[in-house]
Design a protein around this ligand. Structure first.
Ligand SMILES: Nc1nc2c(c(=O)[nH]1)N[C@H]1C(S)=C(S)[C@@H](COP(=O)(O)OP(=O)(O)OC[C@H]3O[C@@H](n4cnc5c(N)ncnc54)[C@H](O)[C@@H]3O)O[C@H]1N2
Ligand code: MOO
Length: 481
């Protein structure tokens, strides 16, 4: 047979970010649905930080539960609020008071901030608007004289019962992530137990013959070797993302030859495998890049390349529809920045949704910023450049000068400063970055001041833990500590 020349081309079309988000988040919602059967109830004080509510929480009573004073003052009838009128103080309503005297014309009751408004009273005169006898101690005041000209309206300085929240109102929606404010809201209503969602089991694997465990006292780099930086980075990010008590499995480093077996084993532990696999390296066009074909054989390939930089070979594969339990795999490029950017844009949002959060809250917030310097566009792909957003004062000639003391919105703007050289191998470009700025594809150069979309990097504050190796994966595969 005559030999023929052929050109190697990727069989995977490049999908854009919107399409990728759609596919990833659709699949994540499917996983969330599957996991919803595993939600569990926990006592509020033991409920893991960062977990998501499986059900909405409804206020069992109004807040405040009683009409309360907004100020320290005197509860009065509005007709008595006439300059010079003297009122007899018939009682005191302090925080925690249960019963207080009735307020009638010519009388008043001292009320502390937050204390119940006595029956008969219509409004509160703050202490600054009354006169009291010089000689009387604060708690012995018997008579006050009104020191105010403006008429008092009914409800003045009174927080009506239910003014903040009505009984039966939804105070936290299903999918809310329990952080400090949410915990406070639950405590406000005396909620004792909540139902929280199960998050998927996640595992991280690095692949590549050149990789050496970082931080190991015995690991010296031989020529051609590099330390594995993706796994420590991804494990740390996942620890922050997962609720307290959640575990991320560390599957260690697999050589190119071991990768296929390791992946297969992680996903299929007799139904006890991981539900989300985050694997990096070995996804481009090289002879030993076998991660994609392996995952494609095991499941359904949704996309095999992305129209973006960095992260072009990023691939998303899930279990086939009929497979149970379901899994999702993110096969990320080995270049460390590509892995970091793909994690932020796809893996973290997917996990948030799989963990029960609504998709609108799972994606990075987009804001408009103006470039603090010119930026060269990539001719072939839109690029997510790492950048630092800052509030700057616009100076006279249209440039920007750092100024932390700006409070006038009309004279300042948010600027984006790219974090140095944007090579996908240079992880320093993530250092100090608080956003990814979207630089559209094109041959040209965007001038200083060009408005760009900036995707603000989430600061997750969960408290997951790393567990070395997955069940059934040889111990030697995991990093040890
Ligand atoms: N002929 C083509 N070659 C490449 C293409 C292409 O379209 N055609 N795409 C390039 C792009 S874009 C990317 S991104 C990379 C991705 O390559 P792989 O995912 O196969 O990654 P590796 O080859 O395994 O590694 C790339 C690079 O990153 C280093 N690396 C890998 N893993 C780690 C790790 N865990 N920690 C630190 N560093 C890691 C590795 O040593 C390489 O230097 O492909 C291009 N090639
Ligand atoms: O897309 Mo690759 O991630 O350019 O480096």
């Amino acid at each position: 047979m005559a030999a023929s020349w052929h050109k190697q081309a990727s069989p995977f079309p490049m999908v854009d970010m919107e399409a990728a988000w759609r596919q990833v988040l659709d699949e994540s919602e499917r996983m969330a649905q599957w996991l919803s059967g595993a939600s569990r109830e926990c006592a509020l004080n033991e409920c893991p930080s960062g977990s998501t509510l499986a059900e909405s929480v409804v206020a069992p009573f109004a807040m405040p539960p009683f009409a309360a004073s907004v100020k320290d003052g005197y509860a009065v009838r509005v007709a008595d609020a006439v300059r010079g009128r003297q009122l007899t103080v018939v009682g005191r309503s302090m925080a925690g008071s249960a019963h207080v005297e009735l307020v009638q014309l010519g009388t008043c009751v001292y009320v502390a901030t937050g204390a119940p408004i006595p029956d008969g009273a219509e409004a509160v005169l703050p202490v600054e608007e009354v006169l009291q006898m010089e000689a009387e101690g604060r708690s012995a005041v018997r008579i006050i004289r009104v020191d105010r000209d403006a008429p008092l309206s009914v409800g003045h300085e009174v927080r009506a019962a239910g003014a903040d929240v009505q009984a039966g109102e939804t105070v936290l929606a299903a999918g809310a992530r329990i952080g400090p404010s949410e915990r406070g809201i639950l405590a406000t209503f005396g909620v004792r137990r909540v139902r929280v969602r199960a998050w998927p089991r996640v595992a991280v694997l690095s692949t590549g013959n050149e990789l050496v465990e970082a931080g190991d006292a015995h690991s010296e780099l031989a020529p051609g070797q590099v330390y594995d930086s993706n796994r420590p980075m991804l494990l740390a990010a996942l620890q922050q993302l997962l609720p307290t008590g959640g575990e991320v499995l560390d599957l260690g480093i697999a050589s190119d030859a071991e990768a296929a077996a390791r992946i297969e084993r992680a996903l299929d532990e007799g139904g006890d495998g991981v539900q989300v696999l985050v694997v990096s390296g070995g996804v481009s066009m090289g002879e030993s890049d076998l991660v994609k074909p392996t995952l494609q054989r095991l499941g359904r390939m949704h996309f095999g390349r992305l129209m973006m930089k960095p992260g072009k070979p990023m691939s998303f594969i899930t279990s086939r529809v009929e497979q149970r339990p379901p899994w999702m795999a993110f096969a990320m490029p080995g270049n460390p920045v590509s892995a970091a950017v793909c994690y932020q844009l796809l893996v973290a949002p997917a996990l948030r949704v799989a963990g029960g959060m609504p998709r609108a809250h799972a994606l990075p917030l987009r804001v408009v910023a103006s470039l603090a310097h010119p930026v060269q566009c990539d001719a072939e792909r839109p690029e997510f450049q790492r950048a630092q957003l800052a509030l700057r004062r616009r100076d006279g000639d249209g440039g920007a000068a750092a100024d932390a003391s700006v409070w006038d919105a009309s004279c300042c703007e948010v600027t984006a400063t790219v974090t140095g050289r944007q090579a996908s191998s240079r992880l320093q470009s993530m250092y100090g970055a608080n956003a990814l700025v979207y630089i559209p594809q094109g041959g040209g150069r965007l001038p200083l001041g060009t408005p760009v979309l900036a995707l603000v990097l989430h600061t997750d504050t969960g408290g997951g833990a790393v567990k070395a190796s997955a069940p059934g994966v040889p111990d030697g595969a995991a990093s040890c500590c």
